[in-house]
Design a protein around this ligand. Structure first.
Ligand code: ZN
Length: 685
């Protein structure tokens, strides 16, 4: 069930995307001055993303996406409450202070209060979104008293006849005492995982053993198509008996779920096609009834829908927040198909034979009939619950194993999210490691497009190219542990070799003959320096994509040394690698492509080993140390989350005729906006 590809930081991004190029796997070709990184605090960075392709949607598709967007945000409160029973009260108290505190805001303490509040928003509660440990404020209990007592009492989440001091009595230990409800989901095996976890999935008086016995008794072990027992309920003990409070219309969380259903019904009415209408309606039916078989039916319909432009997932999905893996966290993501990526990939794929025929590899290693591979990318419109502000970069759902086996799963990359990650991280890094303004200019102007093209060509024509000599066996058999490094190198080299080719201009995917330089610069910078940042001091390179990048970069650097193709320069004690001759570098890429193809075609293990061991594995310890030191100074936050775009419907004669998208830039404002518009669950203190 670990189907969600999470990003912890950009450091760990590469390697999560299967054979793809990792953090270069981004889809968008519009260069812009959009601000991706808005602020950093604690261990967090706040980013933004755009929705490329929104303007290409029909009015009806935009309206559909808008209804699904409203459905997504309507469930936002649920995730707070699932994470901890006091979360909503705490959030509303913090928001009341932010909105109405009468004291000075220009103090260090207030700054610390805002950092705490933003961390709570980021984590959808008072436990860290990743470590799941309680976040402790850096201001005092006395100051918190002062904040609450000097805020508008009418905004506080007070029960009837309750006074602010009563509220404080409840909240202060919960917020400040590190021992009370310290961990959201405890995974230490010796403890009672239910009693020691602070999440709100089980009643306070239930033990792990009781939960296990309960689900043992209700699960049918002979069922080959089992529902995910307990996925959409809270298990409680009432009058000594265990019972499930189901999250459905009329059940627990009804106030929010009614809104979700309201918007899903509207969405179903404007669906793009019948299958899409069916799965949206099925999802609404599931929320109405709470029936988990209906949820499975919805999943099967959803998996079958591969044609719709607008897509959404919405439900109780991932179970990481429950140490016993029963309870699904509320999550929603609305997305649209990436048109630009789809068009570009199709243009390259349809010319796959031309690229094969014009490749520098030996004629006998060329395929007579090469078929390009396709790849799927989406752009996110909004995320909510478990997917926001911290987000996955790829999704592979549904989680039910029997559905995956019988009906398959949907696996998609969140193109615009990955792109934003890349942009936010790369600006500082670029300034630090690029040699001069010209290199920075080229990168800023073209890097997103050249990156995308590299990824497309790597995937679509790179892996598809070349053939193995008869009777040789697969690379896994012949090249063994070096097979994947050689394979990734081969695919990268196809992309690098063809990036400067006039053919890309002819088929309309490259704007000019300068664009490719951005990728050449980046590849060399990354292969010889940047990626060393992910390696611990004293370690060698193990991961095959990383080995491949160093292998290529080091090989062309060494082979071009005599003619000074790539020059190692030092300035103020900092090392730079500068490309002096792009066309000779292309020639070297071609030579190495020919050689890696020969190794693959002939199954030449000895040459594969020599190439990888001599160029791909060993790290220059002095340069490594320098790279780590330079990165450390950049102060890049390990966890990142996103401000969502805002959709606003345009009405004509009472009907929605269009939907505008805008990109707010202030995290606090967005959180307050959501609080005003999507606080549907009643708060019982
Ligand atoms: Zn690959």
């Amino acid at each position: 069930m670990k189907n969600k590809i999470l990003i912890l930081s950009f450091l760990t991004l590469t390697g999560f995307l299967g054979c793809q190029k990792g953090n270069e796997n981004v889809i968008m070709n519009k260069e812009d001055n959009f601000k991706y990184l808005t602020e950093q605090f604690a261990d967090l960075a706040i980013l933004r993303y755009q929705v490329p392709g929104w303007d290409k949607l029909t009015a009806k598709q935009k309206v559909l996406a808008y209804y699904l967007y409203e459905a997504a945000l309507s469930g936002r409160d649920i995730f707070y409450d699932q994470n901890y029973r006091h979360n909503l009260v705490i959030r509303k108290t913090l928001e009341a202070v932010v909105n109405s505190y009468k004291g000075s805001r220009d103090t260090e303490d207030f700054g610390k209060f805002m950092v705490y509040t933003k961390r709570v928003w980021f984590s959808n509660g008072i436990h860290h979104h990743y470590s799941m440990r309680k976040i402790l404020p850096e201001f005092s209990r006395e100051y918190f008293n002062d904040l609450v007592n000097n805020s508008d009492a009418s905004l506080l989440p007070l029960a009837e006849n309750e006074k602010p001091e009563d509220l404080l009595k409840t909240l202060i230990p919960v917020i400040f005492d590190p021992d009370i409800d310290a961990v959201r989901a405890n995974l230490e095996p010796e403890a009672d995982l239910i009693k020691t976890s602070a999440n709100n999935y089980y009643g306070r008086n239930i033990s792990q053993k009781e939960v296990e016995q309960y689900y043992d008794s209700v699960e049918d072990k002979n069922d080959t198509t089992p529902v995910w027992y307990g996925l959409n309920s809270k298990l409680v003990k009432e009058n000594g008996r265990l019972t499930e409070l189901v999250w459905k219309e009329g059940g627990m969380y009804s106030a929010a779920i009614e809104k979700i259903v309201f918007w899903l019904d509207k969405a179903a009415a404007v669906a793009e096609n019948d299958l899409q209408r069916q799965w949206i309606s099925k999802l609404a039916e599931y929320y109405r009834t709470g029936n988990l078989e209906t949820f499975d039916e919805y999943n099967i319909l959803w998996v079958k829908d591969t044609v719709s432009t607008v897509d959404a997932l919405n439900g109780f999905i991932e179970v990481y927040g429950d140490p016993l893996g029963h309870k699904g966290a509320y999550e929603a993501i609305v997305s649209i198909k990436d048109f630009e990526a789809t068009t570009r990939i199709a243009a390259i794929s349809s010319e796959a034979q031309w690229f094969e025929d014009n490749s520098p590899i030996a004629p006998e290693h060329k395929k007579k009939n090469v078929v390009g591979i396709s790849a799927k990318v989406i752009n996110v419109v909004v995320e909510s619950g478990d997917a926001s502000p911290s987000t996955p970069i790829g999704i592979n759902l549904p989680n039910a194993n029997w559905i995956r086996k019988e009906y398959g799963s949907k696996s998609v990359n969140l193109g615009n999210i990955v792109y934003a990650y890349d942009k936010a991280a790369s600006e500082e890094v670029l300034k630090e490691f690029a040699y001069d303004d010209e290199e920075i200019r080229i990168a800023k102007e073209y890097e997103s497009l050249s990156d995308n093209l590299h990824t497309d060509m790597h995937e679509v024509i790179g892996h598809a190219s070349g053939q193995i000599n008869p009777g040789i066996g697969t690379p896994k058999q012949t090249l063994k542990n070096y097979a994947s490094t050689i394979e990734e190198a081969r695919a990268d080299l196809v992309a690098l070799y063809f990036l400067p080719d006039k053919k890309l201009l002819d088929i309309g995917v490259a704007p000019n003959d300068e664009m490719y330089k951005a990728e050449f610069n980046k590849f060399i910078r990354n292969g010889l320096m940047l990626q060393l940042q992910r390696i611990k001091p004293g370690d060698n390179i193990e991961e095959s994509h990383m080995r491949n990048r160093q292998l290529i970069s080091k090989w062309v650097y060494e082979k071009g040394m005599k003619e000074n193709v790539i020059e190692k320069k030092t300035r103020d004690g900092k090392t730079y690698f500068v490309i002096n001759d792009y066309s000779k570098l292309r020639g070297l890429f071609g030579e190495l492509l020919k050689e890696t193809q020969r190794i693959t075609s002939e199954g030449d293990f000895k040459s594969a080993r020599n190439l990888v061991e001599n160029y791909g594995v060993k790290v220059d310890p002095v340069l490594h140390k320098e790279v780590l030191a330079r990165y450390e100074k950049l102060n890049i936050a390990p966890y990142k989350g996103f401000i969502n775009p805002v959709l606003e419907p345009v009405f004509t004669n009472g009907e929605i005729t269009d939907v505008n998208v805008s990109y707010p830039a202030d995290f606090t404002e967005q959180m307050l906006y959501y609080a005003r518009n999507y606080s549907f669950l009643p708060v019982k203190n």
